[in-house]
Design a protein around this ligand. Structure first.
Ligand code: ADP
Length: 450
């Protein structure tokens, strides 16, 4: 096992990684920007090195600088968290060249999943079910339209390089096609400097169900059940829970095995998530694979009793997976909400400010708060405005939701606008309590939620 690692991230995920590393007796080096000199992750680490100005591109994304810090401090491995350099194949390559272990998958696996269309082609070969659609190289608008006409509307245009719900457009009818394609391409070009598009049949009431997979360097793979992330705003997750309500053992096994096939098809190592759309009739379709630890990983930890960061460190240091598929047990129900500095009255635009007052619910075996800020800290314009993840567990969904509702009441934040009231209305919504889930949930219940 490593003696010392560098965490190339900030905020809650940096703090969360440090917590497990310390538990394992591993020393931690933090990197930080000038804006983060007093940040919690810096305070928690054993050493910290400033890597540049506030803007991420000048600090948290500076590959060579961060690698140099790893070498200078004697860190044997780098944990990238999520976001920033976590899915950056050139960075993984650089780590390898520098003799520093990247705690994540090989560069080739990241590359394989980096393009949604290339990923779909690999999955096709691995016999993982796909949403019907076109994901070829020929980008002639007339061809894209022909495929859409043949499939029938609605269709979804998706930027192959896309992420975070950007570069996507639903097209409801043939006459909207050209305008939507132009708009999606523009957004993709601005966001990812690549406007290659794929077309998919748009499912009107799907659920987003994703499988946590883990592979070691010795050819062992397991899946750690699923998470339901159907409650979304603008294709971004708001609530995540595990297990997915109403999931049968057969479906769990089928999806789990498909996810493991997906991971093995690209020689995957470490923690990964295979995202599927689950249709009303029980069919499921591969959407994409995220080649990192996900924001929502804690719900899986709470129902399986495993520490996924500990697993990541074990796998990266060459150990075999701690348990096999038969040993994976699901216990109770867990739910996570993302508490954001944002203004629900102003289209959920990111809010900034100083956390003048902060009271979090008491943490115990039922309640967990993953955060990277303390009272008095600033939520700035520079980074993701997530304040914390609130995660609860109980023996069944109903009790877990009741506990979440209570915990949200106890969460007190002053100094900036947040989404806690919105989250509480969501958790208390009768249709949500009834698990009437699909990705259109928030839109459908808008009048009750806002
Ligand atoms: P991103 O990488 O931007 O997050 P994804 O491909 O993961 O994009 O899709 C994000 C969300 O968009 C999904 O969780 C789902 O809600 C919705 N979505 C994606 N593909 C489809 C589809 N074919 N039909 C209906 N909804 C879809």
């Amino acid at each position: 096992m490593f003696n010392k690692i560098l965490i190339a991230n900030r905020g809650e995920i940096a703090c969360r990684v440090i917590r497990t590393a310390h538990q394992m007796g591993i020393r931690c080096v933090a990197v930080y920007s000038e804006a983060d000199a007093d940040a919690m992750h810096v305070a928690m680490a054993d050493e910290a090195v400033c890597v540049g100005p506030a803007a991420s591109k000048d600090s948290y994304l500076k590959m060579d600088t961060i690698l140099q810090v790893a070498k200078d401090t004697g860190a044997q491995a780098i944990h990238p968290g999520y976001g920033f350099l976590s899915e950056n194949a050139p960075f993984v390559q650089k780590c390898q060249e520098a003799g520093v272990v990247f705690i994540g998958p090989p560069a080739d696996a990241i590359k394989a999943m980096g393009s949604k269309s290339a990923a779909k082609r690999i999955m096709e070969d691995a016999k993982v079910p796909l949403v019907p659609g076109y994901h070829g190289d020929d980008q002639d608008p007339a061809l894209l339209k022909k495929h859409s006409d043949e499939m029938g509307y609605p269709v979804l245009l998706k930027a192959t390089a896309g992420g975070g719900g950007k570069g996507m457009r639903v097209v409801w009818s043939a006459d909207e096609f050209t305008g939507a394609l132009d708009a999606a391409k523009r957004e993709a070009m601005n966001g990812f400097a690549d406007d290659t598009m794929l077309v998919e049949k748009y499912l009107t009431k799907p659920r987003h169900v994703e499988i946590q997979v883990f592979c070691d360097q010795h050819g062992n793979s397991v899946y750690l059940a699923e998470r339901d992330c159907s409650v979304q705003r603008r294709h971004q997750k708001v609530v995540e829970e595990a297990p997915a309500p109403g999931m049968s053992d057969e479906l769990r096994t089928a999806m789990g095995e498909a996810a493991v096939r997906a991971a093995e098809a690209i020689g995957y190592v470490g923690a990964g998530t295979v995202e599927f759309l689950l249709d009303e009739d029980g069919s499921f379709y591969f959407m994409e694979m995220n080649t990192r630890l996900q924001v929502e990983h804690p719900v899986t930890e709470l129902i399986t009793g495993q520490d996924l960061v500990e697993w990541q460190l074990a796998v990266a240091s060459g150990q075999t997976l701690p348990i096999s598929q038969d040993d994976v047990q699901i216990n109770g129900h867990a739910v996570e909400v993302r508490i954001y500095a944002e203004d629900p009255d102003n289209d959920f635009l990111p809010a900034t400010g100083k956390l003048e007052y902060l009271r979090t619910p008491e943490e115990n075996r039922y309640v967990r708060v993953d955060t990277g800020v303390r009272e008095g800290d600033e939520v700035s314009i520079y980074y993701d405005p997530m304040i914390a993840k609130l995660i609860v567990w109980d023996e069944n969904r109903e009790r877990a939701m009741q506990r979440m509702s209570q915990a949200l009441t106890e969460y007190r934040i002053a100094g900036m606008k947040t989404n806690t009231h919105f989250l509480k209305r969501l958790i208390d919504n009768p249709a949500f309590r009834n698990a009437e889930l699909d990705t259109g949930f928030i839109e459908k219940h808008e009048t009750d939620l806002f």
